[in-house]
Design a protein around this ligand. Structure first.
Ligand code: FMN
Length: 194
């Protein structure tokens, strides 16, 4: 089993349609930890030591969030700025994250067709998340492409049920060491639901 840490950032969970549904389906397992950063740190005062301990205790880190201006909500950026310290996460003595996996679970208002070369948004979601991909590389982590729910505004209740079931399957697969079956050269834009 892999221990999975979901770092969840949503500034307005009370208005959420999609993430609220995903979280409701989250598999109950000792191998899976859900950490809601806006709940823990509404004032952005992040407990760096606690966050580093959590990271040390897990094998797979999932950044879960809505896509906001082609990026993450601001608290996740603040978390990265403060938690990924030199000498701990990177640098010659910064080896705490070596070998762990990093991936993202993202929801986007735009449709899948918009996120491609020549499409409305011109780039893939993986392209937009390159800073996270390179952060993982700098920290000696293994990176898996993002798992994305597209076209959130058009999702009907039955679609929400379907993506929530797929999400639960994804998290179970991550906890069952599914990422270890990925080819090291995996260069696809999206992680498919297993
Ligand atoms: C401030 C803000 C910025 C957004 N930026 C984007 C964006 O860049 N690309 C996109 O596809 N959707 C964007 N959206 C739409 C959200 O990603 C979408 O509403 C959300 O993923 C739906 O999930 P939820 O129901 O859990 O909130 C944005 C929404 C807000 C409020």
């Amino acid at each position: 089993m892999a221990r999975v840490l979901i770092l969840f950032t949503h500034p307005a969970l009370q208005k959420s349609r999609v993430h609220a549904r995903l979280l409701a389906r989250l598999p109950q397992s000792d191998a899976v930890t859900l950490h809601d950063l806006y709940e823990a740190y509404p004032d952005f005062l992040i407990d760096v030591g606690h966050e580093q301990s959590l990271l040390e205790a897990h094998d797979v880190v999932v950044f879960q969030h809505p896509f906001y201006w082609y990026s993450t909500p601001p608290l996740l950026k603040q978390w990265m700025d403060l938690v990924l310290e030199h000498g701990w996460a990177y640098g010659s003595k910064g080896t705490a994250l070596h070998g762990k996996w990093l991936t993202s679970v993202v929801t986007a208002g735009g449709g899948g067709d918009a996120y491609r070369t020549g499409g409305y948004n011109r780039f893939t979601v993986r392209d937009f998340l390159k800073p996270i991909e390179q952060t993982a590389a700098l920290c000696g982590m293994r990176y898996a492409p993002p798992w994305v729910v597209f076209g959130t505004h058009r999702l009907r209740p039955e679609d929400l049920d379907r993506v929530a079931i797929e999400y639960a399957r994804l998290i179970e697969w991550l906890a069952a060491d599914g990422l270890e079956t990925l080819e090291p050269s995996t260069d696809v834009d999206l992680l498919e639901t297993p």
